[in-house]
Design a protein around this ligand. Structure first.
Ligand code: NAD
Length: 307
């Protein structure tokens, strides 16, 4: 694509201030400006969080997220609009958030924070706490997020297994299972951690069968996408004590509705789709955008292309 004017769509403000990214990109040899919906048609390309139909008139759309389930792939392909994403940057950020969840469960920190809100001095049972070394985490999805989670948890002494479609070995994973062996893979894990994208194949992959295959003292973590999990089946398993607890950053409906039972379960940590939020977010996205602008100028193919 031949880019003269690049818009930073105002929807990115749900993650970071659009002006910070526009400023970070101000040295680019193209005109960069923050645009609202009424300014899209003045651009050749946009960096965005949300999708707008007006983007289908442009040459290039870059998603600040790794997941591109918001975008209608087929229409992008039909119209010949290039779509790129931000996979590759969230590894350490999400890895540390997941480590925080596991440390909270192991050291009971989430209960203390909850008690503090009520000014309650309440010591746990002497044997409620445990330590991470020697536990096993089964990470489902061995891409950027999965590798980042494996690296951070590995450094805390957690044994890491993984699940990927092929079942081929992956760096940082002691054992890797093929997707069709998911139930076997989760069976002996203390933690099951979902880092999958949302696709037709992964929608409701985690259902009552998978939760039944997990140990009843195991914790479930989802930092991929909400609809990868049958949330009703998860709530049933948690309420029946068929799981020890869950840490969830993503949900079938976001924001998580006030009436969701997940808010009120003691062994559930709810975070508002922010596992990757970091002060460097706009710079990491900006570096990907700059790389592609440079590639286009050199007549090279885009990196992180998804359509
Ligand atoms: P990635 O492309 O690097 O990794 C995704 C991995 O999932 C790939 O290895 C792919 O082969 C694998 N995969 C796809 N379908 C599969 C299936 N059916 N079975 C097994 N493996 C399958 O992407 P990423 O950067 O790791 O991000 C993964 C997803 O996590 C994103 O699509 C996004 O939805 C989500 N995400 C969430 C947050 C957050 O804030 N919670 C942040 C970043 C990404």
């Amino acid at each position: 694509p031949d880019i003269e004017r690049l818009g930073v769509h105002e929807s990115v403000e749900l993650v970071f201030p659009p002006s910070e990214l526009a400023e970070y990109l101000s040295e680019l040899p193209v005109d960069v400006a923050v645009v609202g919906d009424d300014g899209i048609d003045s651009c050749d390309a946009v960096v965005t969080l949300e999708h707008r139909d007006a983007f289908l008139e442009l040459e290039w759309v870059h998603s600040i997220q790794a997941g591109v389930d918001r975008f209608p792939f087929e229409e992008f392909e039909e119209r010949g609009v290039l779509l790129t994403n931000s996979t590759g940057i969230h590894d350490r950020w999400v890895g540390e958030t997941v480590a925080g969840y596991l440390l909270a469960f192991a050291r009971r920190l989430h209960r203390h924070v909850a008690n503090q809100q009520d000014r309650q001095w309440e010591q746990p049972e002497w044997d409620d706490g445990f330590t991470l070394p020697g536990t096993t985490a089964c990470v489902v999805g061995t891409g950027t997020l999965g590798s980042g989670v494996a690296e951070v948890l590995g450094s805390l002494g957690v044994r890491i297994t993984g699940v990927r479609r092929s079942g081929d070995p992956a760096e940082g994973f002691e054992a890797v299972y093929a997707s069709e062996d998911l139930n076997e893979a989760v069976a002996d894990a203390d933690f099951v951690i979902v880092t999958l994208p949302l696709t037709e194949e992964t929608r409701h992959l985690f259902d009552a069968d998978v939760f039944a295959a997990m140990r009843d003292d195991a914790y479930f973590v989802n930092v991929g996408r909400g609809p990868v999990v049958d949330e009703d089946a998860l709530i049933d398993a948690l309420e029946a004590d068929a799981l020890a607890g869950a840490a969830l950053d993503v949900f079938e409906t976001e924001p998580l509705p006030e009436e969701s039972p997940l808010w009120g379960l003691e062994e559930v940590i709810v975070t508002p789709h922010c596992a990757a939020f970091t002060e460097d977010y706009h710079r990491a996205v900006g570096d990907l955008v700059r790389e592609n602008v440079e590639r286009f100028a050199d007549g090279e193919a885009a990196t992180n292309r998804v359509a």
